[in-house]
Design a protein around this ligand. Structure first.
Ligand code: AMP
Length: 431
């Protein structure tokens, strides 16, 4: 037997019946993001590998274990420099920041509010809710001196409003602060001191993370690590007065906006670039892969990638996770078409094909069977397409220069003169 092909592991086709649901999520997102004055940006789906390593941190799990590299590593580029190669984007913050710097947005506007919707790629071990190609809706608000408790709270509220607009109710918002870059380095020192006595109880992975990236231990799903974390007491002792005040302000605005949130001392997010506010939204009906979205402030990333000193905050929501969380409440349905044309006989088919194209030219969604078949089987097709109206043309109708128009909901049938059918059809469809 010939080999047949399957999609690559961890990827999925989005089939025609599912597409309307995706469109609904995307359209709703665009509508709400416009209300908040975010503008869409579309960046390439691959970038220099180095961009991701520099932004997320070379010790982050994504960069260490999940990059999907394209060819080109260690080859020399046009200037004779060794290139880090190209990788499919595992997330979009780095690309948006690259575009922000390249286009000098910092000189053009005080605050750039950007959003994107698109596929991301991570070489993960696939499981329910965890794919190698998945889709995110994300925002980035970037601008010189733009850090503000209002903006942080608004970005969190926006992510919540998006989820609510899709019909989701069962989710929790967790927030925390990492403080400034300096506070964060204090935090990692304190964390190491507190974890050190339990070093041998940590999982093998976390023993390695201890020096490399101690924050990742707090993200670990391993029971051994969770037990250690439960024993240590993480307070905000690493925060400067200024950072503490900033966090208190963010919480106060969130409360004013009516956003329910929980504080979580151990929420740190495993990427290097976060500073100050971080947050995560988890779906309460989802299993182990329960994160619907996450984000945070990253005031040093633009500068670290070669731009000016610019503040920024963003988040990303996972569309597949949203659909999983919604799956109990939505059923996928065929999108109805306006008109299906049934032709009986070869001459009728010719006339019907002409009418089909006239209908499409004036904007009716319409279709017909391209193969001759019985009235019954063509009616079945009309039903499958959920046609609101059916036009029937047979030899009799051709001879009389008419067509039959059937309202599929009421069963009512009318004869329309061929030379005026569009006009009359317009009146009937409008009713
Ligand atoms: P992250 O950048 O890892 O914080 O991801 C943001 C959101 O994207 C998560 O909360 C998930 O909803 C979604 N996401 C991340 N990784 C995957 C994946 N491998 N498969 C499906 N969704 C994912």
């Amino acid at each position: 037997m010939e080999k047949y092909f399957l999609p690559p592991r961890g990827t999925a086709d989005i089939l025609p019946l599912e597409v309307p649901l995706w469109e609904e999520i995307e359209n709703m997102s665009r509508r709400i993001l416009r209300i908040y004055n975010y503008k869409e940006i579309r960046t390439p789906i691959f970038e220099e590998t180095e961009l991701f390593a520099r932004s997320m941190g070379s010790t982050s799990d994504v960069v260490q274990k999940q990059m999907l590299n394209l060819a080109g590593q260690n080859q020399k580029d046009a200037e004779g420099e060794k290139s880090s190669g190209l990788s499919l984007r595992p997330e979009n913050t780095a690309s948006v920041v690259r575009a922000y710097i390249q286009n000098s947005f910092d000189k053009k506007e005080q605050l750039s509010k950007l959003f994107y919707i698109g596929p991301m790629f991570r070489g993960e071990r696939p499981q329910k809710g965890r794919l190698r190609q998945f889709h995110q809706i994300g925002v980035e608000a970037i601008g010189p001196n733009s850090a503000s408790a209002y903006l942080d709270a608004e970005v969190i509220a926006l992510s919540v409003n998006l989820l609510k607009s899709f019909g989701l109710k069962d989710f929790k918002v967790k927030i925390n602060t990492l403080g400034s870059e300096e506070d964060k380095s204090n935090f990692s020192k304190i964390l190491r001191e507190k974890i050190k006595p339990y070093f041998s109880d940590l999982s093998e992975d976390s023993q390695q993370r201890f020096e490399r990236n101690v924050f990742r231990i707090l993200d670990s799903k391993d029971k051994k690590d969770k037990d250690v974390i439960a024993k240590i007491d993480i307070k905000h002792s690493y925060l400067s007065e200024e950072s503490r005040k900033y966090y208190e302000d963010v919480k106060a605005v969130l409360t004013d906006l009516g956003v329910d949130y929980e504080e979580s001392d151990s929420l740190v997010r495993g990427l290097d670039y976060y500073t100050h506010t971080v947050f995560e939204i988890t779906g309460t009906s989802l299993g182990s892969q329960d994160a619907l979205g996450a984000g945070g402030r990253y005031n040093n990333l633009v500068e670290n990638l070669g731009g000016s000193k610019v503040d920024a905050i963003g988040f990303a929501l996972g569309i597949e996770r949203i659909l999983l969380a919604l799956s109990q409440n939505v059923c996928v349905k065929e999108t109805p078409i306006d008109i299906f044309i049934i032709a009986l006989g070869e001459n009728a088919a010719k006339q019907a094909f002409k009418i089909l194209n006239e209908l499409r030219n004036v904007g009716y969604s319409s279709d017909m069977s391209y193969k001759a078949s019985s009235l019954k089987s063509q009616m079945r097709l009309a039903d499958k397409f959920k046609a609101r109206f059916v036009i029937i043309i047979g030899e009799d109708e051709l001879n009389k220069n008419i067509m039959l128009l059937r309202n599929m909901e009421t069963g009512e049938q009318k004869e329309l003169a061929l030379e005026r059918y569009l006009e009359i059809l317009g009146e009937i469809i409008k009713q």
